[in-house]
Design a protein around this ligand. Structure first.
Ligand code: SAH
Length: 244
């Protein structure tokens, strides 16, 4: 089984890079800035962590870097499962709390407003399939599930909130739907694991709240990812059926 994490920020990935002992393979994706860390966990399980990499002196966040990294990862690594692991904004009104880790039971874009007929609107929102083992995994590990909605900004405009609410969005991030879009093109299953750094309906300034909670949310993300990998190694949850 080949499991490949796609992660935006090193800060989000560092705890599980350390935990799993994955090693960097320098220049694997050159000339792309994406970074690969890999480890063989056992005879059957190969683990990859792919980071978007950096530009302009900081980690690349957002949809375009996520698409590039996911496409490169799928083409070069041929994963059985892509896991988009990262942080997100939650809503206290929908039960979220800081450092709570969710599995995504749906994923869409919330900032692509394309007027026209149903087809254009449907394409803009995305609503891609998530891995069909997500529900069973959430039950086994007793994890909450929620719908991920993705946009290109950390802040939230009133029209974003309207689309999020109209479509049952619960976890606001900047990469999930982009990773899921590429996975849908290649028919690779995707699991979304999201840890809350900030509450979109609190009075706190989002960036301040994000920075303040990033380390703690990333530690919790690591703890859940360790449990996920363990469960996948033990039960496979149908993924091994894909193996030839
Ligand atoms: N410049 C910031 C970058 C943070 S962008 C820095 O230097 O730390 C926020 C990242 O966390 C994105 O990758 C996004 O997926 C996630 N994220 C966390 N909270 C979010 C929110 N409220 N809205 C959108 N994305 C959020």
């Amino acid at each position: 089984m080949n499991i490949t994490f796609v992660v935006a920020m090193l800060d989000e990935a560092q705890p599980f890079i350390d935990n799993f002992g994955v090693r960097e393979v320098p220049d694997f994706f050159s000339p792309l800035p994406c970074k690969l860390y890999r480890a063989r966990l056992d005879a059957e399980t190969e683990l990859h962590v792919v980071l978007n990499g950096q530009q302009h002196g900081s980690d690349l966040v957002g949809c375009e870097p996520a698409c590039v990294a996911t496409q490169a990862a799928i083409q070069r690594l041929n994963p059985d499962l892509v896991i988009n692991s990262g942080t997100c904004g939650g809503f206290r009104s929908k039960g979220a709390d800081i450092a709570r880790v969710y599995l995504g039971n749906g994923v869409m874009f919330h900032d692509r407003r394309v007027p026209g007929d149903d087809e254009w609107g449907t394409q803009a929102l995305g609503n891609y399939d998530v891995w069909n083992g997500t529900g069973a995994l959430a039950e086994r590990l007793n994890l909450p599930v929620g719908k991920v909605t993705t946009g290109s900004s950390l802040d939230m405009q009133p029209c974003d909130l309207q689309i999020i609410n109209e479509n049952g969005g619960e976890l606001k991030d900047m990469e999930g739907a982009a990773v899921a879009f590429v996975c849908s093109l290649y028919h690779v299953p995707i699991l979304l694991v999201k840890s809350v750094t900030d509450l979109c309906d609190s009075s706190a300034e989002t960036f301040e709240e994000f920075r303040r909670n990033l380390a703690r949310a990333s530690e919790e993300l690591c703890r859940v990812n360790v449990r996920i990998i363990e469960e996948l190694r033990v039960s496979g949850l149908g993924l091994r059926d894909n193996e030839v």
